[in-house]
Design a protein. Structure first.
Length: 160
């Protein structure tokens, strides 16, 4: 029941956001295309409606942003709390853990440096080398293209 309420709440917020956006764009279009047809006070009303809808849209987007930031913070906090509980249980039970079994986040919590498996480390190094090589090749291509463009421009100017 709680999940359905959250989904319905998100749908309604989306629809309200869409409504505010459409009304804002509509009022801007009315002002820009029909300001000569309508009287000045009617144009002013549409302008004020557009500004109000923009304000409400920004407020709603800010609420949605803070809601998801709070969710993310709570999720991260619950993860660290679970990891801290695991560390406490390990200390209470005097259970010795193999160094490689510790996750990187657990290692950070107990003050040890995070490690990566050797395969992953090698893979990351190879990807970085590939990235550097591709970037060098792209720079060379860009330099060649620029030099060709300069030569063409010089030839055109020389012909004139």
């Amino acid at each position: 029941m709680g999940i359905e309420n959250i989904i319905d709440e998100d749908k309604s917020r989306f629809l309200v956001t869409l409504y505010y956006l459409v009304m804002f764009i509509g009022s801007i279009l009315i002002i820009t295309y029909f300001y000569k047809v309508f009287s000045w006070w009617l144009t002013l009303i549409f302008f004020i409606l557009g500004i109000l809808h923009l304000y409400f849209l920004l407020q709603l987007l800010n609420q949605i942003k803070t809601k998801y930031q709070i969710k993310d913070n709570l999720l991260a906090q619950s993860r660290t709390n679970l990891e801290l509980q695991n560390v406490k249980l390990i200390k209470e039970l005097d259970y010795k853990i193999n160094e490689q079994e510790l996750t990187n986040s657990l290692r950070r919590l107990i003050g040890k440096k995070p490690i990566f498996p050797k395969e992953r480390e090698e893979k990351l190094r190879e990807e970085y080398k590939d990235f550097k090589n591709k970037r060098k090749e792209q720079k060379k291509k860009d330099k060649l293209e620029k030099s060709k463009e300069k030569k063409l421009l010089l030839e055109k100017e020389a012909r004139k």
